[in-house]
Design a protein. Structure first.
Lengths: 305, 281
């Protein structure tokens, strides 16, 4: 790439100068940020105060936000909240404990088990949803109904009821995400120095104490990360419900999610303004919950010290 | 965690526990593959069951996938391959440039740009879905592959990852390259890029997987049946009448096959790519 700067034009010279080069490297991000992030963010904030009709938009103040006070919104919020709580209750402790077991030297086949539990994460929600929809089918011979028969219960239509429907969603989430959370915790465990355990053992700490006094506190950064992404993921859940109920319209909205509500308002009904107000409210909810969560764990830390 | 090996009984118990868990994790795949070998009418009438029924098993559904009446399936598959390859290649090139630029140079605005990268990472894409959709309409990118690829091709997570990786590269190479008369871009493409190969491996797998499986945004952008990517096409077959279950089930199996093959060969890249955020935390 040798070049004669004297022959090259001024523009070319500038392009190759050491002061301009960094900006050329980061230019893709600057462009993408302005066009596909900053502009949409500003635009969605504006639209949330507007009625957006083809060819004409007008400001309507807080009307869109006032309209949020309706059954569909609260159904969606309730569904996402239940889903998030269940996934947090299952998908934090379970993978953490499994990771501790898998990480122990005495464990045979740990590589195989790690891969087997991880593989479900690789499947798309579309494929996973298709499988689970059929496993939880309403016929007598569908897998989960056969399991019910084995315990003396009768056939049910899993997806017709909000409680059993939520159960299917949580089982699907557990199947898909336990493996990836396990990998997160395993990578966290690898950063804990072994001699901590050795000296604790010499001091007479039993395994239970070592787990609670060493493993759990030292896994805190990873745990907080997993909780944070789980809250975002839980409130952004959409495809799972879309696949199980084959579309955005489940009976009595038992599978309606916040994102499904944004999709319904903004794209199906073409109310971009109202849809924007749902999106921004969702963002606010996610941020508030995560700030509370981070504060809580921050305070927790001070007590321990 | 246990320093001293635990008792043989405990070890056996743990081993059995994980054997059961592994079986549970793999069981849905067994159901799917078994279902794909049964007549689709049977599947619709009786539901997905675990009975082997050897007399019913055949590769008819797979044969049907490659027949003229299932032409759309192969089209969706091709679309997904095209989108995944173009997106992944573009994303790696652009994100590595940005990450490298942020790591290697000191320039005015560097910190501001890095904060912007972190900011984009923190705001869920779903929030700006509607304004992006409106933008796509204005840019006439609805129902095009450009429309699915362009908005996310400069992705914050790979930028973050490449920046971390490039920070660890020896700066001597930079000076050596300059003394030899390489331009700044020549240094990047000829010297630094090959040094970042492991980072490329991890990010290639992560981004290709995300693109191959991505659903919500392509569903919004793509409209005509011939343009659909695989997940959107498969989802469109899920009608209450179930008249397309043959394509849906066998098609789902073929949709996960490439991922599984890549996983088997590049397992360590999956782990290092997926734990980018976790270990930083």
């Amino acid at each position: 790439m040798k070049e004669g700067p004297k022959q090259a034009g001024a523009a070319k010279q500038l392009f190759y100068s050491q002061r301009v080069a960094p900006y050329v490297f980061v230019l893709p991000f600057i462009l993408s940020f302005l066009i596909f992030f900053a502009y949409p963010v500003v635009s969605t904030i504006l639209m949330s105060f507007q009625e957006v009709l083809p060819g004409q938009t007008r400001f309507i103040g807080f009307d869109n936000y006032e309209r949020l006070w309706n059954d569909s919104f609260f159904t969606a919020l309730k569904n996402n909240t239940r889903y998030t709580i269940w996934t947090l209750l299952i998908l934090i402790p379970l993978p953490l404990v499994l990771a501790v077991f898998l990480n122990s030297k005495a464990m045979r086949w740990s590589g195989f088990f790690r891969s087997a539990l991880f593989i479900p994460t690789l499947t798309s929600v579309v494929v996973a949803g298709t499988i689970f929809r059929l496993i939880f089918g309403q016929t007598d011979l569908a897998v989960m109904n056969m399991l019910r028969h084995a315990f003396g219960f009768e056939t049910i239509n899993w997806l017709a009821d909000s409680t059993t429907g939520m159960f299917v969603l949580v089982v699907l989430a557990t199947w898909r995400y336990a493996g990836i959370n396990l990998i997160y915790f395993l990578s966290g465990l690898q950063t804990i120095p072994q001699d901590l355990y050795e000296s604790a053992e010499i001091d007479g700490a039993n395994r239970w104490n070592r787990f609670w006094r060493i493993t759990v506190p030292l896994l805190k950064p990873v745990t907080i990360y997993v909780i944070t992404i789980s809250i975002y993921g839980g409130y952004a859940m959409f495809t799972e419900s879309y696949m199980l109920w084959s579309g955005n319209h489940s009976p009595n909205d038992i599978g309606l999610t916040m994102l499904g509500y944004i999709y319904r308002s903004g794209i199906e009904k073409n109310e971009l303004g109202f849809g924007s107000s749902i999106g921004l409210t969702l963002l606010a909810i996610m941020l508030v919950i995560n700030i509370i969560q981070l504060k809580f764990f921050g305070l927790f830390k001070k007590e321990e010290d | 965690m246990a320093v001293k090996p635990s008792s043989p009984w405990e070890r056996l118990l743990l081993f059995l526990l994980f054997l059961v868990l592994a079986a549970l994790a793999l069981f849905p795949f067994y159901c799917l593959v078994l279902g794909s070998l049964k007549p689709s009418k049977e599947l619709l009438r009786l539901g997905l069951n675990v009975r082997l029924q050897p007399e019913l098993l055949s590769f008819d559904n797979y044969q049907f996938l490659f027949s003229e009446s299932a032409r759309k399936y192969l089209l969706w598959y091709r679309n997904s391959v095209v989108v995944t390859v173009v997106y992944t290649a573009g994303c790696l090139l652009l994100s590595s440039m940005v990450g490298y630029g942020l790591a290697v140079y000191r320039f005015f605005g560097r910190n501001l740009i890095f904060v912007a990268v972190l900011f984009v990472m923190m705001v869920p894409v779903e929030i700006i879905m509607l304004p992006l959709y409106k933008l796509m309409i204005n840019l006439r990118m609805i129902d095009t592959f450009r429309g699915i690829i362009l908005p996310f091709i400069v992705a914050p997570l790979p930028i973050f990852f490449f920046r971390q990786y490039a920070s660890g590269l020896p700066k001597d190479f930079l000076d050596a390259g300059r003394i030899d008369g390489c331009s700044e871009y020549g240094i990047f493409f000829r010297i630094m890029l090959p040094l970042m190969a492991p980072a490329f491996g991890a990010m290639a797998i992560l981004q290709a997987l995300a693109s191959w499986n991505s659903f919500v945004w392509p569903m919004i952008v793509l409209k005509t049946n011939e343009m659909l990517t695989l997940p959107i096409g498969l989802a469109s077959l899920l009608t209450p009448y179930g008249n397309n279950y043959d394509i849906l089930i066998a098609g789902s199996v073929l949709a996960i096959v490439p991922i599984l093959i890549i996983f088997v060969f590049f397992q360590r890249y999956f782990v290092s790519g997926l734990t980018v955020g976790g270990v930083k935390g």
